[in-house]
Design a protein around this ligand. Sequence first.
Ligand code: 3PG
Length: 205
Amino acid sequence: MLEKRLLPIVVLDDEEHAEPLAEALLAAGLDVIELTLRTPAAMGGIRRIREKFPQMHVGAGTVLDPEVVPQLADLGVEFAVAPGLNAAVIQAAQRVGMQIFPGVTSPTEIEMARALGVETLKFFPAEPLGGVTMLKALIGPYGHTGIRFVPTGGIDAEKASEYAKLDAVAAIGGSWFVKGSLMKEGRFDTITEMTREAIARIATA
Ligand code: 3PG
């Protein structure tokens, strides 16, 4: 599901945008989407995409509470993403066999995540933490363990190319190509174009 090494992080304001958004991403060749649980539209959006686009790998982002995980599993959510490292959330995902990418910022948190049996970690917020330079420093002692990172936070197409050069980067997450303003303006063609561009940049990096 992270084959293209690109993870769209979506803050959905209107449930009605879910289908055209999924269509726009699929048109660009991307079959994965993360809908953040930050808006009332998120759950409905997840349901709509699961129903209409079974080929789409749907994840839930901003998963802060373990209680929501079984509901997500019932909706067919394949993976969960969290901004921080919360053992209760991680264990709730593991109980239902859902992949989880918890957020880490430091060596201590990486080791806590490893102890909990998690191997793919969100590096968040990537840019404010020092970006590629910081991530390279973290990969130094942990890269050989098989730990992989999904940097997110403040990344754009240009910066994505830099992260993509690192083997330990499983995927680059971001909202720059799925911004709420684009959806509000109905510019789903632009979303397809920007997604294509991001995929191409990552592939050539
Ligand atoms: C998030 O979880 O909010 C992501 O990191 C998105 O970051 P971005 O909006 O800066 O791309």
